[in-house]
Each structure stands twice: as structure tokens, then as C-alpha cells.
Design a protein around this ligand. Structure first.
Ligand code: DC
Length: 229
């Protein structure tokens, strides 16, 4: 590969919630031995931190200050906020809702920018989020936009919730999915949209393994793409 064009390779995987991008990104990272950034977790941690500190989710300066000093650590399959294991807590629907709200605040996004870029370490990075290919790693040579219909994504989330023993309503999940998509897509800063040079992958009728293989094949073709062949 061309080291000058892509000093530390980054594969960006963006897309709406429950598109399967988290699982695909993790498997691609492990297949290549790359680092993995779950940027959504940082927005979720910021929202959780605001809720714990009693900071209103629309208090832009207050939430940005929390985001800038987030005492978050990732390791051994666990996410910690200071000393507390919040692996499950950040996955709660209410925290996801809050994450979508704080993610619309420009000062919060700015506060998390350098922290995300610091994950770009040898031998490479797979970054999962909404604006990885458009903003945070706009220079990445391999970009993927993973999507699926709102119904297919709601069904996946529904199955996950039922498997974990929670009750859930499919129609409510479809409505939530559409509302969150609308907020993530309509916001003025870093809206959810494919980078112009992203590979579009619709996983409505595709299983995870096929999506992983498609991303790996796209990454393998990067030299040809960079040289325009
Ligand atoms: O991927 P996720 O569901 O964990 O993301 C939670 C929220 O964070 C989602 O509503 C959008 C926001 N987000 C974002 O705005 N930018 C990112 N790079 C990642 C997530």
C-alpha cells in the first residue's frame, strides 16, 4: 500500500443505528488486527455522564465540559466511567436517546474530536460512527456506509431486546428508529450522510459475515482506488 497517501490506514464505517455496523466494524478490526473505535460509545458516555451529574442535555457548554474531561476507559470488553463499569448502562434506550441529543451540539462534537483522532495508531484503525468518513477521518482511503431499512433495523433491535429478556414493541421501535434517523440526519453539524467516496452497503437482505467480507474486499482494493485504476 502507499504509505504517503495513507500513513496509518483507517477504515470508516458509518451508518444509522442498528444497521449492524458495530458488529461488522469489530469483526473487520479483529480480522486485520486493527484498533477499533466505537465513537457512539463516547456520545453515550457523555449523555450518561450528564444524566449522572444533573446537567441538562441541552446545556451545550455544560455537556461539552463533561465530554472534554470524560474519565472513560475501554478494555477487557468493559467500558468504565471513572471506576464504574457502565458497559450495560450506556446501551440503555434512554442513554441512546440522550446520546442522539448531545451529539447534535457543536461544542460537544468539537470536544470529542481529538479524542477520536487519537485512536489512529499502527497498524490501523476501524472507526464506527456517523461522521467517521465525512469529518473525523475525512482523509481515510477506505470508507463504507452501512444501511438497512428502518423495519429491518427495528426487527434486529427487537430480537436483541427479547433475547435479553426485555419486553419490546416492534412498532414503537420502528417509530424510534425513524425519529432518531431524522434527528441524526437533519442536524446542522456532521449530519448522518455517506461520504461522497464511501462504498454503500445495504444490509437489509445481507448477513453480518457477507457484510464483513464486502468491507474486507473493499479495503483490499484500496491501492487500485488511490491510484485511480
Ligand atoms: O452508534 P450509537 O447508536 O451507539 O450512537 C449513539 C448516538 O450517538 C446516535 O444517536 C448518534 C450519535 N453519534 C454521532 O452523532 N456521531 C458518531 N460518530 C457516533 C454516534
Amino acid at each position: 500500500m502507499n504509505a504517503e497517501l495513507d500513513p496509518i490506514p483507517v477504515i470508516t464505517i458509518d451508518g444509522p443505528s442498528a444497521s449492524g455496523k458495530g458488529t461488522v466494524a469489530e469483526r473487520v478490526a479483529s480480522a486485520l488486527g486493527f484498533h477499533f473505535l466505537d465513537s457512539g460509545a463516547l456520545y453515550r458516555l457523555t449523555a450518561l455522564s450528564a444524566m449522572k451529574h444533573g446537567v441538562a442535555l441541552d446545556d451545550e457548554a455544560g455537556v461539552a465540559a463533561l465530554a472534554a474531561g470524560l474519565p472513560a476507559t475501554f478494555g477487557d470488553g468493559a467500558v468504565r466511567l471513572a471506576d464504574e463499569d457502565v458497559t450495560d448502562a450506556i446501551r440503555a434506550e434512554a442513554v441512546g436517546e440522550g446520546a442522539s441529543k448531545v451529539a447534535a451540539l457543536p461544542a460537544v462534537r468539537a470536544a470529542l474530536l481529538e479524542r477520536q483522532r487519537a485512536y489512529r495508531q499502527p497498524p490501523g484503525l476501524v472507526a464506527d460512527g456517523r461522521d467517521m468518513g465525512t469529518v473525523v477521518f475525512a482523509d481515510a482511503a477506505t470508507k463504507v456506509f452501512l444501511t438497512a431499512s428502518a423495519e429491518a433495523r427495528a426487527e434486529r433491535r427487537y430480537k436483541q431486546l427479547i433475547e435479553k429478556g426485555n419486553s419490546a414493541s416492534l412498532s414503537a421501535l420502528v417509530a424510534d428508529m425513524q425519529a432518531r434517523d431524522a434527528r441524526d440526519t437533519a442536524r446542522s453539524v456532521a449530519p448522518l450522510k455517506p461520504a461522497p467516496d464511501a462504498l454503500l452497503l445495504d444490509t437489509t437482505h445481507m448477513d453480518i459475515e457477507s457484510a464483513v467480507q464486502a468491507v474486507l474486499a473493499h479495503y483490499a482494493s484500496r491501492d487500485g482506488r488511490q491510484q485511480g485504476i
